[in-house]
Design a binder for this molecule. Sequence first.
Ligand code: ADP
Ligand code: MG
Length: 241
Amino acid sequence: MAAPLIEVENISKVYRMGDVDVHALRDVSLTISEGESVAVMGPSGSGKSTLMNILGCLDRPTGGTYRLLGEIVSQMDRNALARVRNRTLGFVFQSFNLLSRTSALENVELPMLYAGVSGRERHQRSREALERVGLGERMHHHPNQMSGGQQQRVAIARALVTRPRLMVADEPTGNLDSRTSVEIMSLFQELGRTGITLLLVTHEPDIARYASRVVVMRDGHVQSDKTQTPLVADVAAAGIP
Ligand code: ADP
Ligand code: MG
């Protein structure tokens, strides 16, 4: 059987603050298979961001083991982690983090600049990614001429363009109204059908229902971890006029 996408064994994260140790994660173990969509919930300070930063290879745990696609990443140095990120991961944030006076097309091309992809291929792949998120007609628009939902779609296209296996999204609907939030979740569900695994932090139970699994963090622990049949993200079904 293929290795799970993510295998986390007894990881901890301790931040040293002067003389005080802050235990942001304590003994967290999780296995996530390819194609799952996992909503991470929990109160502020419970360790959600710390966990996402580690799973997204932006930071390393203090203890324990993290395997991504069978490879131990918890001991890697910064350069090796950056290579894993470029190869395997896409990131989407609450604030879309786009260059506002640069076209959607160029925004989406950016991650490939660092990956050494040729100009012609960058253009082609950027165009395809924007079509995939439903913005084929707007690729020459600038983010400051777009709605929040459209900007988040550009950000998702930018995350997709390097062909990630795992999307890490930190409150991707936090700045969006409920209709647009459902539309974005519908897009994530479409991507999920192509095999992309989704890990998202959300404070909204309504959004977590669109995931196939809900992990609740509390005081650095996994308080609960439940799989569910995800609700199909559909504006009409959600009762949004
Ligand atoms: P959440 O995202 O659930 O709000 P965090 O992962 O941001 O939680 O934080 C978990 C705990 O770790 C909190 O007590 C927080 O204050 C602490 N923490 C997070 N990042 C740092 C840091 N860089 N330095 C020191 N303490 C931190
Ligand atoms: Mg946080």
